[in-house]
Design a binder for this molecule. Structure first.
Ligand code: AMP
Length: 268
């Protein structure tokens, strides 16, 4: 597996090239994207960059888990042929342009983390230009992020295909995330209740209960279980606007457990 640190080193593309953008601290969720990219396209490029512009000042940038050697080895084993792992300087020196994606980035994560999606869109746009992938793989775990990138690619006519892949979960249902490393035992045991709340919410709404009531009750139930529920919503899967029916819908949730913020989602 080749490791590239600077933009000038990245070789011009000669055929198809699949990209999996990541921030490292790999788990089975990341590896599943790499394996799928390799399987479907015969290629797999990975970018590993903890992007400072998508963290707010009070967030976990400085303590975000990093172990490059371990990540490189895992990516190579998952079939990656190349990894682009630039420094902040390489990515941003002199950069003054920001991409702001409209409506779809406004609510939910966008409301709670106002600068987050501009950071994500800008770094993904830069990575698309640097690596020039024909196809890029993202995880549905970050569902709103998928919608924001899809909108950016459509609006700005990026010549890249997007593949969104199912969330990989621990055996107890907890969506895998690099941030799960922050969950100390009492919280780690409680964390799967978030996924269970999504499943229960879906079951109740599908059974015909009033969606507004169910969402309110289930978010209160999360709070009673020790979470601080920030939102539990039924939204349109493309626009992320709230809706009260399950057709083309997604159930999305964000909650804090201690100081760790967890997000999850399922098809409605
Ligand atoms: P991150 O390193 O957290 O920025 O994630 C890199 C990519 O992996 C993003 O497209 C994520 O949505 C995806 N990803 C993270 N966790 C999971 C998971 N549990 N299942 C599938 N994909 C995931």
């Amino acid at each position: 597996m080749k490791v590239y640190r600077t933009i000038g080193e990245v070789p011009l593309r000669e055929g198809p090239r699949a990209l999996v953008p990541t921030m490292g601290a790999f788990h089975e969720g990341h590896l599943s994207l790499m394996r799928r990219a390799k399987q479907e396209t015969g290629t797999c490029w990975v970018s590993l960059f903890v992007n400072p512009t998508q963290f707010a000042a009070h967030e976990d940038l400085s303590k975000y888990p990093r172990d490059e050697e371990r990540d490189f080895q895992m990516a190579a084993e998952a079939g990656a042929e190349a990894i682009f792992a630039p420094s902040v300087e390489v990515m941003y020196a002199g950069t003054e342009t920001t991409i702001s994606v409209g409506g779809v980035s406004a609510r939910w994560e966008g409301e709670l983390r106002p600068t987050h999606f501009a950071g994500v869109a800008t770094v993904v746009a830069k990575l698309f230009h640097i690596i020039d992938p024909t196809v890029a793989y993202f995880g549905e775990k970050d569902f709103q992020q998928c919608a924001v990138i899809a909108k950016m690619v459509r609006d700005l006519n990026f010549p890249v295909l997007l593949e969104f892949c199912e969330t990989i979960r621990e055996q107890d249902g907890l969506a895998m995330s690099s941030r799960n490393l922050y969950l100390v035992p009492p919280y780690r045991n409680k964390a799967p209740l978030l996924y269970q709340a999504l499943l229960r919410t879906r079951e109740r709404i599908r059974a015909g209960e009033d969606a507004t009531t169910v969402l309110r009750e289930e978010s209160h139930a999360l709070n009673d279980q020790g979470f601080e529920c920030q939102y539990l919503a039924l939204v349109n899967a493309q626009t992320l606007e709230p809706q009260l029916h399950t057709e083309n819908g997604r159930l999305i949730v964000a909650a804090k457990l201690g100081s760790t913020r967890l997000i999850d989602n399922i098809r409605a």
